[in-house]
Design a protein around this ligand. Sequence first.
Ligand SMILES: [Zn+2]
Length: 160
Amino acid sequence: MNAPASQSALERKIETSRSSFKTFLATKNLRVTKQRMAIFEAAFNRAEHFTAEELLDDARALDSSVSRATVYRTLPILVENGLVRVVDIGSDHKYYMSTLRQSTFQAQLVCIDCNKIIEVDAPFMEWYGKTVAVRHGMELVSQRLQVLARCEKCAAKHSA
Ligand SMILES: [Zn+2]
């Protein structure tokens, strides 16, 4: 299927991710249902971090038959497929984010008071992790960099 010229790079990437998700479901012997696709669309419509509950709300707005159980079962599949990544900042719930706008390794700047998360491009981290692992005869699996800080609003409250 040829993409029309008017389609943006982002739309093309969504289309590719959509096909990848469908193929991945097939390899897991899971059917491509409209509920699963609604969850995919909801995740990819969000430019920022989201929780599983927020994703449930969004997916239900697209298809009211989406159940909480389907969201909780589908999220790990999206993560395993590399379409969504988990951002665990050690709070009560995990955050998720689609990898749509990600072109390089991401570090997170986290406000320790309000849990506001800012994604920062950190391409050097990928190199660093690999180098350090190889130097110790190990193979890099994953790595993360989180900078804990206090946002301006919380800092003002803190000093008040
Ligand atoms: Zn804050």
